[in-house]
Design a protein around this ligand. Structure first.
Ligand code: EZ4
Ligand code: CO
Length: 410
């Protein structure tokens, strides 16, 4: 099994996706997701200009050796661009190895540790009524755990709220932060208003939907350590499954302070990309869930190491699953989540209809549980003709300003 060809495919059906397709001399193909939201073309160049020439002629079966070769021979280590590029190679090689073995990938990773993966969906609303409708809609779709994001009085447009304008019955509607256009969209932010409002939202949701429904919330990196501590404490009566990204966590020590004040479980790491980003917060037991995706953390080989390390401290997986993780990246997450012991929950945002035409997928979502399906390999194939119909379109994530014009964390 020698790597004969590697192609980087950029397509933008509902949004931009970058996919690496590796082909071997015996005709097997493997796919890897390399989508980095808002910075897609940097990974395309990293792969096309620097990595693809290194892959041709290599043994497709030597996954760990290829990982270490790409990571160490670059000299420049870590970072989202590097780790997304290496992830795409890693996942494509796992796909090929599983196809060569005629197995679904999770079998090759040790076999299934559970029947399916508890998934959470994204409910949101600018108003309480819209939020309740969105929660009901997700329950009708089968979700057994739900993320709750709410508008805040006085703020026009904030993270996590699907726009009501495009919401219509029967249509899957997910929040999509990246917007096509020449410049990023500007949102407004006020931490004081947010901290006052959010506990009232969760009180209302608990009163309406009862004590048992697992509820999650994402603070999206906006709080200082003491503000995060206060939020965790004020949400304790509403028994959250987790509170996500309370602080910009490159300051890992910040979480010591948060932990001292609250028993609300914490999830962090969707923007981390290596095990070293987790070194302190795992060892000191400052988090409860690892948010990294396969796509942004060096692939299955590296994320498995992160999760095995976390398992020693009873920390579980909560892999990032927004629409900017492609169907290929989602499939990789599902196979890994089925195989590991310390699976926690899987984020599941649903891709749009055009995306599902480009990527033929074999996963299932039944009674609140995701399963990777039993096709060999990852179980995803890319229709290159269909992909070719949707050329790349520039898109940016939004950013935030406070009332006085200061740029704030988004
Ligand atoms: O903002 O994936 O928990 N999910 C999130 C996402 C991220 C986007 C960024 O690309 O925080 O909505
Ligand atoms: Co998040």
């Amino acid at each position: 099994m020698i790597i004969e060809q590697a192609d980087v495919i950029v397509t933008s059906p509902d949004r931009n996706f970058v996919t690496l397709k590796i082909t071997t001399d015996d005709g097997l193909t493997g796919l890897g997701d390399a989508t980095l939201n808002g910075r897609e073309l940097s990974v395309v160049s990293y792969l096309r200009d620097h990595v693809v020439p290194l892959l041709i002629g290599r043994d497709a079966g030597a996954i760990e050796d290829t990982w270490q070769f790409l990571y160490r021979s670059a000299y420049w280590r870590r970072g989202p661009v590097t780790m997304a590029a290496i992830a795409a190679v890693d996942v494509a090689l796992w796909d090929i190895k599983a196809k060569a073995a005629s197995m679904p990938l999770y079998e090759l990773l040790g076999g299934a540790s559970r029947r399916g993966l508890l998934a959470y969906g994204h409910a949101s609303g600018g108003t309480r009524e819209a939020l309740f409708d969105s929660i009901r809609d997700h329950q009708e779709q089968g979700f057994k755990a739900i993320r709750v994001q709410s508008g805040v009085p006085g703020l026009k447009s904030i993270y996590g709220i699907a726009s009501d304008a495009t919401y219509s019955e029967g249509e899957t509607h997910e929040y999509e932060p990246a917007q096509r256009g020449a410049l990023p969209h500007e949102e407004d932010w006020d931490t004081g208003s947010y901290l006052r409002h959010i506990p009232t939202v969760f009180e209302a949701v608990r009163n309406e939907f009862g004590p048992e429904l697992p509820l999650l919330h994402d603070a999206h990196h906006r709080l200082s350590p003491i503000q995060a501590a206060r939020l965790g404490k004020s949400l304790e009566p509403y028994d959250l499954f987790w509170l996500e990204d309370v602080t910009p966590a490159e300051n890992q020590e910040a979480l010591r302070l948060v932990r001292r004040h609250t028993t609300t479980p914490l999830a962090i790491g969707e923007i981390f990309n290596t095990v070293w980003d987790y070194q302190q917060i795992v060892r000191e037991q400052l988090i409860d869930y690892v948010r990294s995706s396969v796509t942004h953390t060096g692939g299955i080989s590296h994320l498995k190491k992160v999760l095995d390390y976390a398992a020693q401290y009873q920390i579980k997986s909560g892999m990032h699953g927004p629409t900017d993780v492609s169907p290929v990246g989602m499939a990789a997450a599902l196979h890994l989540g089925l195989a590991i012991h310390n699976f926690g929950i899987q984020e599941y945002m649903q891709h749009g209809a055009r995306t599902n035409e480009v990527f033929d997928q074999s996963f299932t979502f039944t009674d609140g549980l995701l399963h990777a399906g039993d096709a060999v390999g990852l179980g995803v194939e890319l229709d290159t003709d269909e992909a070719g119909r949707y050329p790349y379109e520039r898109a940016y994530l939004p950013y935030n300003r406070l009332a006085d014009g200061t740029v704030h964390d988004w």
